[in-house]
Design a protein around this ligand. Structure first.
Ligand code: ATP
Ligand code: MG
Length: 650
């Protein structure tokens, strides 16, 4: 592990950005969130969140907005009661919007399903009855291990409806990763499928579940959705979804649950450490995901077609495919497969086909699209788009510009949204109708959130300074604990600074006060006494026209403490040469100063990423320091590391 920087000189601020884009006047005039949102929240933060909670339908009103008497254990909307599924489905049908499409689903092979809110209600009720018939009760845990098919959303909402706590495990994980998550949560039921389609082939999920379940005594039933029609072996715990759900009654009366009833457990993606089981609860969570989805994406449920490209197995899928959008009655696209199947224009083809107006995706995807070339999106009509979102990693200014230009036609605001599994919902982001956007910066706390950038001693840094991003106040969608491990919750998030939530990310504030996220604190490089963020060096490399993507690490260096080693993917058909590498090193030096000049640059064809697409720098650090690799279980493609190690030693 990297030495945590402990010098007084906190994170260096090396990159300057002068481009800025005002909100389109139309959007600004009709925006869901206008500038007065900030004023309202500043006047009375709790009253502000109370107003947002009133977007939802409660069966019992809360007595108290926030109980922070026993920090870091928060309770929001104390005494309030509601049903999450009712709020995401029933109430839209009752309001007369049952015929509105909830999900335009597109299978990777090209098969489609259109599901209205009425049909969603029927499905969720049947699934809730089926789970109840199996003996699942409020408070029990249900593991969900599914591909991106509508049943994933149905299963989550059915659990929420009966008060069962779900634990969704990404469908790409191995049997042992699945088993450890089932064991950790003590799940009674597993919901899975025979498989799903990715990269043109059916995957096999059921046999992975079979293997996992042999190590999990808590599991009483395995419910199997038929997706691929592939062969499966059935044991005495196994039942088909279409037998138990389709035959269950479509009538189900939702019960009310306490605002602090556990809604789900979700494991972090494991970029820096062993995944943590994050616990989210009901009322505060739904309040903040619904509000942010409306304010940050400016969702107009009657006319927008929203599409979030994340997998349901990650928090983005939970908050911005299922709970936020559905609480708002959105119409959305859900896509099963990968962006390059059967061709590299699949995303753009879907946007054209469904008239998508809001797209939410990750920098890793954007950089891949850049690498594939501008000519691919140019073949499609993307003029329906009006807002673009980014989440998951810092977005390099050049990738941001590319996204705005080549996907957004130079007109759509790009909202860079910073948040975490732990925060549950968006925390730092521009508001598209209010904030003049700056490429590469997440910019401002959303209204009602008190993010700050502090130095080593917990003091706010002035404009131009760098340090750590923290939250000064609790927020409605915050994690309540690490499942089964209150101590780890305290140690990880609340012990670094007194009374502040420590997110683990470096950040800086620019001269205009905008917040920039600078990557993980664990990844910060200490070069000749200066703390340099990986993000700034990577962004400088990506700003060179021949570079598509880059990952930078600090490797022990006898002279400077750490030396900067960069792993770089070149664009299109560019060939690596010694001249080009020298040019790239100079390019960084010219942009950020000689202190940030990489000691070494390696050209690679792939970078090690988690299954959620984030770069795993700790593995590259192991390579750069010639160590054996740390935990690789959350790695997307294990052959990538072999390739990089070979290149490094040759
Ligand atoms: P682990 O905590 O197990 O290492 P993880 O942090 O990758 O996993 P997530 O909760 O999915 O798991 O990721 C949250 C992190 O992603 C943030 O802490 C931050 O580092 C990064 N991130 C997310 N959105 C942004 C953004 N807009 N800008 C910069 N970084 C972001
Ligand atoms: Mg994390």
């Amino acid at each position: 592990m990297n030495e945590t920087p402990n010098t007084r000189d906190t994170l260096a601020n090396l990159l300057t950005e002068t481009r800025q884009f005002a909100p389109p006047p139309d959007l600004a005039a009709n925006a869901n969130a206008k500038a007065d949102e900030y004023e309202k929240a500043d006047r009375d933060r709790l009253a502000f969140w109370e107003e947002k909670a009133n977007r939802l339908e409660w069966t019992k009103k809360w007595d108290r907005v926030l109980d922070w008497d026993n920090p870091p254990f928060a309770k929001w909307f104390v005494g309030g009661e509601l049903n999450v599924a009712y709020n995401c489905v029933d109430r839209h049908v009752l309001a007369g919007n049952g015929d509105r499409v909830a999900i335009h689903w597109e299978g990777e092979p090209g098969d489609t399903r259109t599901i209205t809110y009425s049909q969603m209600l029927e499905q969720v009720c049947r699934a809730a009855n089926a789970l109840t018939d199996m003996g699942v009760r409020a408070g029990d845990r249900v593991a969900i291990y599914l591909p991106m098919i509508p049943e994933a959303a149905v299963a989550m909402l059915a659990c929420a409806r009966i008060g069962a706590t779900h634990s969704v495990v990404f469908g790409g994980f191995t049997a042992s990763a699945l088993a450890s998550r089932i064991q950790d949560a003590d799940a009674k039921v597993v919901i899975t499928s025979d498989g799903g389609y990715r990269r043109g082939k059916p995957s096999d999920l059921k046999s992975i579940v079979d293997e996992a379940v042999t190590q999990c005594d808590s599991v009483e039933k395995v419910v199997v959705v038929q997706r691929t029609g592939g062969e499966v072996t059935f044991g005495d715990k196994d039942v088909w979804w279409h037998d138990v759900v389709d035959n269950a009654s479509s009538e189900h009366t939702p019960e009310s649950f306490d605002a602090e009833h556990p809604l789900y457990i979700l494991y972090t993606s494991g970029t820096t450490a062993k995944p943590k089981g994050i616990l989210h609860t009901t009322g505060g969570y739904l309040t903040q995901v619904a509000y942010t989805h409306s304010a940050v994406f400016d969702l107009k449920p009657e006319s927008d077609v929203y599409w979030c490209g994340a997998d349901i197995g990650w928090v983005t899928g939970h908050s911005y495919i299922v709970y936020g959008p559905m609480a708002n009655g959105a119409t959305q696209v859900m896509y099963e497969g990968t962006p390059d199947t059967p061709h590299k224009g699949r995303y753009w083809e879907l946007i054209q086909k469904y008239g998508v107006t809001i797209l939410y995706t990750a920098p890793t995807a954007i950089r891949t699209f850049m690498k594939w070339g501008d000519d691919i999106p140019a073949q499609f009509d993307l003029s329906s788009l009006r807002i673009l979102g980014s989440v998951g990693e810092p977005i390099n200014p050049e990738a941001w510009m590319w996204y705005r230009q080549h996907i957004g036609g130079g007109e759509c605001p790009v909202v860079d949204t910073w948040w975490q599994t732990e925060t549950g919902a968006i925390m730092v982001s521009p508001l598209p109708g209010v904030t003049p956007t700056v490429p590469g910066s997440a910019q401002k706390s959303i209204p009602g959130i008190e993010a700050d950038v502090v130095d080593d001693e917990g003091k706010s840094v002035p404009n131009g300074g760098g340090g750590f991003i923290v939250m000064r106040e609790p927020w409605p969608a915050m994690l309540r604990t690490v499942w089964g491990d209150d101590q780890r919750y305290k140690d990880t998030y609340w012990s670094r600074f007194d009374g502040m939530y420590f997110a683990g990310d470096g950040a800086k504030r620019d001269e205009d006060g905008n917040i920039w996220l600078l990557g993980r604190v664990d990844d910060v490089m200490l070069v000749s006494g200066h703390n340099i963020s990986t993000t700034e060096v990577e962004s400088a490399l990506v700003s060179h026209p021949k570079v598509a993507e880059s990952a930078v690490v600090g490797a022990t260096d006898p002279v400077t403490g750490q030396g900067i080693v960069a792993f770089t993917i070149l664009r299109g058909d560019v060939e690596g040469s010694d001249e080009l590498l020298a040019e790239l090193r100079n390019h960084v030096s010219k942009n950020l100063g000689p202190i940030a000049k990489p000691r070494q640059i390696m050209v690679v064809s792939e970078l090690p990423k988690t299954r959620s697409g984030k770069i795993m720098r700790r593995l590259l650090r192991d390579v750069a320091e010639h160590r054996s690799l740390g935990d690789v279980t959350t790695l997307q493609d294990s052959t990538v590391m072999d390739m990089i190690q070979k290149g490094m030693s040759s």
